[in-house]
Design a protein around this ligand. Structure first.
Ligand SMILES: [Zn+2]
Length: 306
C-alpha cells in the first residue's frame, strides 16, 4: 500500500515536472518570438532613422546651394552695397572725365605755345589746304647742292644724318623742295602712267592723287619735307619700313625736329597713304610734342582750334 502511494507520488511528481518543463518551453518560445518581433521592429526603426538622416543631409546641401541661386535677386543689404558701388563708379567716372578735360586743356595750351613760337615751321599743306601764294620757302642748298630745302631744317638735318651714321646707317635724300611747276608735272606724269594702265582720266587722276598732290598742295613745296631712303634700300615703297635705317629714323627723328608725316594708322586723317620715307620738319618742340601725343599735323591743328 505504501509502495503504491509512493509510486503515485513519484508519478505525480514526474507529471508535475513534465508540465513545468512544457510551461518553460512555451515561455521560452514566447520570449524567442518576442525577441524576434522586437529585433524586426528595431531593424525597421534603424532603417527609418538612417533614411531620415540622408534626407536631412540632402536638404542641408540644397540649402548651401540656394544662396547662390538667389544671386539674381540681391538681398536688400547687397542692393545697398551695389548702389554705393554705382555711386563710387559715377564719382570716379566723373573724376576721370574731369582729368581727361584737364589733360585736353593742358594739351591745347601746350600746342598753342608751340605754335606761337614756331608757326613758320608748322605750315599745314594737304589735299584740302593749299599753300598760300606768297609763301617763302627760305631755300638753301643741301646734299652737296643736289637739292634745295628750307634753311631752317639744315642744321638739324645734318645732326640727324650724323646721328644715324653713328648708329651704323647711311641715307639717300631722294626729294626735298619742289617748285609748284615741278609738282604739277609729277602729277601729270602719274596720271599719264595710270591712263596707260587702262584707267579713265578721272579714275587715273583720283588714283594719282592718293600719292602725288597737285601744285600748291604738296608739302615738298614748303621746303620742310624730305623723302629719305636708306642707302641699302633705295625703293620708295613700303619695304622701307623694315630697313634698319628707317626704323632708326622713325625712333629718333623727333629728337632732331622731324616727324613721320603720313603714318600707317593715320591714313584716314592725313588723307595720304602710308609713306615711311616722308619726313617733315616742324621744329624740335613740336616734333617731340606730336610724337609723345601721337598727333599728326592735322590733329595738332585740331587742338589749336579747340
Ligand atoms: Zn614726300
Amino acid at each position: 500500500m505504501i509502495k503504491m502511494e509512493q509510486e503515485n507520488e513519484r508519478k505525480r511528481k514526474k507529471e508535475y515536472k513534465k508540465k513545468e518543463y512544457r510551461k518553460k518551453r512555451i515561455r521560452r518560445k514566447r520570449i524567442r518570438r518576442l525577441l524576434f518581433v522586437g529585433s524586426l521592429l528595431l531593424t525597421a526603426l534603424i532603417f527609418y532613422f538612417v533614411g531620415n538622416c540622408f534626407a536631412t543631409l540632402n536638404a542641408g546641401t540644397a540649402n548651401v546651394q540656394s544662396p547662390e541661386r538667389k544671386k539674381d535677386k540681391p538681398a536688400p543689404e547687397q542692393k545697398e552695397e551695389k548702389t554705393k558701388t554705382d555711386e563710387k563708379k559715377t564719382e570716379s567716372s566723373g573724376q576721370g572725365q574731369l582729368q581727361e578735360e584737364n589733360r585736353q586743356n593742358q594739351l591745347v595750351d601746350e600746342a598753342r605755345g608751340i605754335y606761337q613760337n614756331g608757326q613758320a615751321l608748322l605750315v599745314l599743306v594737304n589735299k584740302e589746304r593749299e599753300l598760300f601764294s606768297d609763301y617763302d620757302a627760305n631755300l638753301s642748298y643741301i646734299c652737296n647742292k643736289r637739292l634745295q630745302a628750307s634753311a631752317d631744317l639744315k642744321e638739324d638735318l645734318t645732326k640727324m644724318l650724323s646721328g644715324g651714321k653713328k648708329a651704323g646707317y647711311t641715307f639717300w635724300i631722294a626729294s626735298a623742295w619742289r617748285s609748284s611747276k615741278r609738282q604739277q608735272k609729277l602729277l601729270e606724269a602719274e596720271v599719264t602712267k595710270n591712263i596707260k594702265k587702262g584707267m579713265s582720266s578721272e579714275a587715273a587722276l583720283n588714283k594719282s592723287m592718293e600719292t602725288v598732290m597737285p601744285a600748291g598742295h604738296s608739302e615738298h613745296e614748303t621746303g620742310l619735307a624730305l623723302d629719305i631712303l636708306c642707302s641699302d634700300n633705295l625703293k620708295m615703297d613700303e619695304t622701307q619700313e623694315t630697313a634698319g635705317g628707317n626704323i632708326w629714323l622713325r625712333e629718333h627723328c623727333a629728337e632732331y625736329g622731324f616727324v613721320l608725316r603720313y603714318p600707317k594708322e593715320k591714313a584716314e586723317i592725313t588723307n595720304i597713304a602710308y609713306e615711311p620715307w616722308h619726313f617733315r620738319y616742324v621744329g624740335r618742340d613740336a616734333a617731340v610734342f606730336m610724337t609723345q601725343n601721337n598727333l599728326t599735323l592735322e590733329e595738332f591743328y585740331d587742338l589749336l582750334e579747340k
